[in-house]
Design a protein around this ligand. Sequence first.
Ligand code: HEC
Ligand code: HEC
Ligand code: HEC
Ligand code: HEC
Length: 213
Amino acid sequence: MKEETKTAIVLAGVAISFAGLAVVFFTLSAIDERPAPRIVMVDSGFLDTSPVRMNYAAMVEAGEDIFDYDCYLCHSRREPVELQFDELGGLILEEHDYITFEHGPSRENNYCFNCHDRDQLDRLRTQYGTTLTFEESTQLCGSCHGTTLRDWKQDAHGRTGGYWNLAMGERTRLDCTECHDPHDTRFPTLEPAPGPHSMKNRIIVSPENNRDP
Ligand code: HEC
Ligand code: HEC
Ligand code: HEC
Ligand code: HEC
């Protein structure tokens, strides 16, 4: 037999097998009467990009109640606050006992005046003596977490948004306190969104079978 004839026979064989398989698959799928499982829409909450925490600046912008930040509503400007400790040296929080203190695993960074200014309660104060407003809290965090602040400025920590090309618009960064509670710093655990639907069982994605009951 000539070489070409051999090739022709093999190719014809392959073509016939594929055609046969196509018929089998088509018939099998045509007699599959199972109802298509409904694809439930992913909760739109997963697409929400707002930060996990509303800090002072965000509350002011949203016109929220900032009562807790109005220190001199309750404290006196003339009498500086005295910290009170129990016999074991733990802080007695009294009025502020709703505040959870877990700034790092040792929970030791709870000394109020590490961050708040003793003489102006409504201001923050760094270890270098710089006084800051609550809006400027990122600089307070950076005064102790220098390497994290550097990463944040270089877009490696936190969430940078907006534009790379500054000619087109601003670049935006979230404040540290929009992700970390200054008193209880661990980032809250988030629930992962469901994985992609496998599209098995010949489902036609239409608004009808995509809607929640
Ligand atoms: C609703 C009233 C109220 C507001 C608002 C308030 N405080 Fe207080 N705070 C108190 C009371 C009451 C105490 C306990 C008595 C005291 O030490 O003066 C206290 C205690 C403290 C203490 C001492 C904690 C300890 O060991 O006892 C600090 C520090 C403090 N407050 C800081 C602040 C700062 C900073 C603000 C504003 C960001 C603020 N407070 C806002 C009522 C308030
Ligand atoms: C006075 C210095 C100081 C300031 C100001 C400060 N931190 Fe800290 N922070 C520390 C120290 C010290 C630790 C480690 C404590 C430990 O190991 O338990 C820490 C721990 C942390 C951790 C946990 C790190 C880990 O490994 O689990 C986070 C997150 C954090 N800080 C965020 C912040 C943010 C956000 C701010 C600003 C609101 C801030 N810190 C301000 C000193 C500071
Ligand atoms: C690691 C720094 C740090 C320490 C330590 C710290 N604070 Fe704060 N605190 C802040 C920052 C920053 C804010 C403003 C956060 C914001 O923008 O949401 C704040 C906000 C507050 C507020 C107003 C908001 C609220 O949660 O009620 C009160 C009151 C307060 N701190 C009291 C205290 C007291 C009392 C202590 C000590 C027992 C203390 N803080 C220790 C950094 C600190
Ligand atoms: C978009 C949210 C976001 C912002 C903004 C943000 N962080 Fe974090 N940070 C995280 C997450 C998530 C982690 C890892 C989980 C955790 O440890 O809580 C983390 C971890 C940390 C840690 C632990 C050590 C490390 O580097 O992994 C420190 C310290 C810290 N952040 C400080 C800061 C400071 C200071 C700022 C502001 C300059 C800041 N973060 C801004 C989300 C954020």
